[in-house]
Design a protein around this ligand. Structure first.
Ligand SMILES: O=C[C@H](O)COP(=O)(O)O
Length: 253
């Protein structure tokens, strides 16, 4: 079975003291991921090293960064490179979150560059994609998200793309409490997998985990994750409460 992933994205929330409490709550629940499962916790940059010490003591649990810069190194004050993240042992990095696309004007081309840098450094990119409400209302979500994949991912070799994780997050469902139905998630994620299969073949497409994100919580995780093409979730709000996130982990296939 493809890898199944419960990914927490703290975004710009929590002091380090609060973060430690949350990690303690999650790890004290002592849920052991199965062979095909992983738990990823994306914390703010300043917490990465200390969080890694705590989180990665437990098998199957990893920290992630929430972003990296699209250039290798140089005079880019305030930015963090893929190589720096590698140098402290970070194994996963979220890129292309809709908040970064919207508030920081990230483009598909910049994301293609970030992917290259992460892969060069042996880091697994968690590539986010997803459509805004107006696109969903016009029923154009498939072609919209397909374009995001084509422009950011399709320069990768089959071997490279086999090493990434995709997170489909409809923007209208992020932090709104409005979740895509399990059927809506399955439908578009099956479509995205067919797009990947069209370019790379079915065997490669079948290996790539595709997560769903957008108001996932303990109460709906299991149902959403039960779909064939939904390989877990990228969770914002509900990942800030230990008991909620633990139940989400338990909802993985
Ligand atoms: O990265 C996580 C997503 O943006 C989902 O956030 P949310 O679970 O608060 O809707």
């Amino acid at each position: 079975m493809r890898q199944q992933i419960a990914a927490a994205n703290w975004k710009m929330n929590l002091t380090w003291e609060q973060g430690q409490q949350l990690l303690k709550g999650i790890l004290d629940a002592n849920v052991t991921p199965k062979q095909n499962q992983a738990v990823i916790i994306a914390v703010p940059f300043p917490y990465l090293t200390a969080a890694k010490e705590i989180v990665e003591k437990k098998a199957g649990y990893f920290v992630a960064a929430q972003n990296c810069y699209h250039k290798k190194s140089g005079a880019f004050t305030g930015e963090v490179s893929a190589e720096m993240l590698k140098s402290i042992g970070v194994k996963y990095v979220i890129i292309g979150h809709s908040e970064r696309r919207e508030y920081f004007n990230e483009t598909n081309q910049q994301l293609a560059d970030k992917l290259n840098l992460l892969l060069e450094n042996g880091i697994v990119p968690v590539f986010c994609c997803g459509e805004p409400l107006a696109v969903r209302e016009a029923n154009e979500q498939n072609s919209y998200v397909e374009q995001q994949l084509v422009e950011s991912l399709f320069h990768l070799t089959p071997e490279q793309i086999s090493g990434i994780v995709i997170a489909y997050e409809p923007i209208w469902a992020i932090g709104t409490g409005k979740t895509a139905t399990a059927d809506q998630a399955q439908e578009i994620q099956a479509y995205l997998r067919s797009v990947l299969a069209g370019k790379y073949g079915k065997e490669v497409a079948a290996k790539i985990p595709v997560l769903y994100g957008g108001s996932v919580k303990a109460a709906n995780a299991k149902e959403i994750f039960s779909n064939e093409d939904v390989d877990g979730g990228l969770v914002g709000g509900a990942s800030l409460q230990a008991d909620e996130f633990v139940k989400i982990i338990e909802g993985l296939k």
